[in-house]
Design a binder for this molecule. Structure first.
Ligand code: 5GP
Ligand code: ZN
Length: 139
């Protein structure tokens, strides 16, 4: 199956590019939530964070930081959402890893938020221990 972000990387599909280097490209999202919504994408195809190499992960975050400053310089947003979806359950729709940078303004009328509901402390603690133990099992 063809990947739309690989096609953009290869210049086969047009996109409004804002940055590129040997590991990363960034371009404007075609369905922007707000003005300036852009995507930071590793050149190497990886579907999700579970497939992404460590060097590409570092490169993507480094470029995201740089572009966060560029967005602030260019558009003076009040805030910035950095979000990233993995898998259909997390509402990923393009299966080539990408970070969304979404400038936000007070009262921009857009919503990403959920309503916080306090969890059960025992359950949270148990899960925290379970996850901390798993850290030693992965590279
Ligand atoms: P996801 O839901 O996977 O986190 O986000 C995919 C994003 O890619 C969406 O915000 C969508 O608007 C954007 N997108 C999908 N197809 C294209 C395209 O062909 N060009 C550009 N520039 N963005 C795209
Ligand atoms: Zn791809």
């Amino acid at each position: 199956m063809t990947c739309i972000f690989c096609a953009i990387r290869d210049g086969q599909v047009p996109a409004v590019r804002v940055y590129e280097d040997d590991r990363v490209i960034a371009f404007m999202d075609i369905n922007p939530l707000t003005d300036g919504h852009l995507l930071v994408v590793p050149r190497a195809h990886a579907e999700t964070i579970w497939d992404l190499g460590d060097e590409d992960a570092r490169a993507v975050m480094s470029v995201a930081r740089k572009l966060a400053h560029a967005l602030r310089h260019a558009l003076s947003p009040d805030g910035l959402n950095v979000i990233q979806a993995n898998g259909r359950a997390a509402h990923q729709t393009v299966f080539h890893y990408h970070l969304h940078l979404i400038p936000r303004w007070v009262d921009d009328g857009k919503h990403l938020a959920w309503t916080p509901v306090p969890g059960q402390l025992d359950h949270i603690r148990q899960l925290g221990q379970h996850i901390a133990a798993a850290v030693g099992q992965v590279t």
